[in-house]
Design a protein. Structure first.
Length: 247
């Protein structure tokens, strides 16, 4: 009986003893639906919300890994994750051979569709407006096609309302997330989404630092569970929480 009680006690203690915190980061400006700050809580802390945190919680629920989340300047997010000590995972990452030298990539868990969001009645001859430093190559746009002089989407919206441009290019899922969260201002709901034909959706992954000692175990857990979540339809259900209706 004593041995049985001891065995039960060890089993109960095992998950707590093996639990290990892993920190996942994204960009501090927020990138819905992947990750963004929620409203301030009673202690003025702002929780990290989004599809990526929800997916990580679901994918790691049956494991010894316990995720925590931080939104940082994105270059700092990448730098800390590369070192693998304070941060181990980058959320919502696109693949590149350069990144693959420093990180392990999970299977895809979200695809972003290139689109434009158009201001009703704007002349087709007007340029698109855009954000300074944004990469518009995946949208098939040349630098001369876009007025990139805005530092935020609220400033882009002011240009649209002033008749200086006809809309902006953004991934359909991101733009819908911005609309849903009210980050385009009160007039943002008027924008009309048009998917750009002939362009391939961009897959997003979790990146795990190669320097993190548990990287291989963590990646196997992520890939196994992401596959199951996709097959069961749970990924689609989680995404729907952070999206307005999409075409």
């Amino acid at each position: 009986m004593k041995r049985l009680i001891l065995a039960i006690a060890l089993l109960l203690m095992w998950p707590a003893a093996r639990a290990e915190t892993v920190v996942a980061c994204g960009g501090e400006n927020g990138w819905p639906p992947s990750s963004y700050f929620g409203p301030p809580q009673h202690n003025n802390a702002r929780p990290v919300l989004g599809y990526s945190p929800d997916v990580l919680h679901a994918a790691l629920a049956s494991s010894a890994f316990r995720p925590e989340f931080a939104l940082l300047p994105f270059r700092r997010c990448l730098s800390l994750a590369e070192q693998g000590r304070q941060v181990q995972i980058v959320m919502g990452a696109t693949f590149s051979p350069e990144r693959a030298r420093q990180f392990l990539f999970s299977r895809q868990y979200l695809h972003l569709r290139p689109a434009v969001f158009l201001w009703p009645g704007a002349a087709a001859s007007l340029p698109l407006c855009g954000l300074t430093g944004f990469n518009y190559a995946p949208f098939g746009l040349k630098p001369e096609d876009v007025d990139e002089g805005s530092s935020s989407y609220l400033l882009v919206m002011k240009k649209l309302q002033a008749g200086r441009c006809r809309g902006f290019a953004e991934y359909a899922e991101v733009g819908r997330g911005l609309q849903l969260l009210g980050l385009l201002g009160v007039e943002g709901s008027r924008l009309q989404l048009r998917l750009l034909p002939g362009l391939v959706p961009v897959p997003l992954h979790f990146m795990v630092s190669r320097r993190y000692p548990g990287a291989e175990v963590l990646l196997r857990q992520l890939d196994t569970q992401l596959s199951q979540l996709a097959q069961s339809g749970q990924l689609a259900t989680l995404l729907a929480r952070h999206q307005a209706a999409t075409p």
